[in-house]
Design a protein around this ligand. Structure first.
Ligand code: SER
Length: 316
């Protein structure tokens, strides 16, 4: 089979940086073209081709796909839940237009595969919140969640109507030390580690007892690559797969940090993001991903805390 040529749109975001590096390891540096609306992220510099590209600019995406003989697109650019609530119209246009364009390009240019991330934000208050199943009531309450669910439906449409191989995961909150998150409701679980090292204390914008599904970035990257590498007959849903690793509340991250930094203090000042979190699942049933393509997380809370604190210490 011919060499895969991969285009990443949104390569400088929280997922993009690490996914780009992982895909370059797998497919060769020159076969993974990283793009973002921003300038190149420090960690990407020197690792392979980079171009500034706006995810909304269809003609430029199409040009690049043809010029670079692209066979797969990973579309990661999006406005997340908290930022989206501040500017719902812009979030809707950004998140929807970008995915529709990439799906069209996928059909037109006969791309082998497309990856587009969904999120636990598709679920709403009417969804069972413990062990949320793959198929359930889905009534998202944020513009981000609406755009992700609508995007999943469009992906399903293109799979069925045009036989386009588009794959997707409903990521939980993602925790990473290499690249910074941007505008999510689960970002407290990243900030807390930075503040633990810098200040020895953290004020959480989500209240005590707010359980959310979470995942360490290494697991998220591996889940993405395993999903994309799985033989197509193993992909048994046309929607995005639930994936899960752990579930915790802010006080539990604090307790995990206190095992390493005993003086660490947490306090709570919930803001508008609490409302968003209140509508999301506490934990996720990902048995479809486990059964269909063998998903298995590696990091639990304490293992993640150790890894985060060790690496951030060096970084800071
Ligand atoms: N981490 C995301 C957010 O908080 C969820 O997909 O918006």
């Amino acid at each position: 089979m011919a060499q895969e040529r991969i285009l990443i749109i949104g390569a400088c975001g929280q997922i993009g940086v690490e996914l780009t590096l992982a895909l370059r390891n797998l497919y060769g540096n020159d076969n993974v073209i990283a793009t973002d609306i921003r300038g190149e992220h420090e960690l990407l510099k020197g690792s392979g081709p980079y171009e500034v590209l706006n995810a909304m600019d269809e003609p430029s995406i199409l040009d690049l796909v043809r010029k670079e003989k692209i066979t797969q697109i990973y579309l990661l650019a999006a406005m997340l839940s908290a930022t989206g609530e501040k500017d719902p119209k812009r979030a809707w246009i950004t998140n929807m237009q970008s995915v529709r364009q990439v799906l069209d390009i996928g059909v037109q240019e006969k791309l082998h595969k497309i990856y587009w991330p969904s999120s636990i934000a598709v679920f709403g208050q009417s969804t069972p919140r413990e062990n949320t199943p793959q198929q359930t009531i889905i009534e998202p309450l944020t513009v981000y969640g609406i755009s992700k669910y609508a995007g999943e439906l469009w992906c399903q449409y293109y799979r069925q109507r045009w036989n386009l191989d588009v794959r997707s995961l409903r990521y939980p909150g993602l925790i990473s030390w290499k690249s910074e998150p941007g505008g999510g409701t689960t970002d407290y679980a990243v900030e807390i580690y930075y503040d633990a090292l810098r200040k020895g204390r953290y004020t959480s914008f989500l209240d005590k007892g707010t359980y959310l599904p979470m995942m360490y970035m290494d697991d998220a990257i591996r889940a993405t690559i395993e999903l994309m590498e799985a033989p197509s007959e193993q992909i048994k849903t046309n929607m995005a797969y639930n994936v899960s690793a752990m579930s915790f509340a802010p006080e539990e991250v604090a307790a995990s940090i206190q095992k390493i930094i005993p003086d660490f203090q947490i306090s709570y000042a919930p803001d508008f993001r609490q409302n968003i979190a209140n509508g999301w699942p506490k934990s996720i049933d990902d048995s479809n991903a486990r059964n269909d393509w063998g998903w298995q997380p590696d990091f639990d809370l304490d293992k993640m805390t150790k890894t985060m604190l060790k690496n951030l210490k060096t970084k800071l």
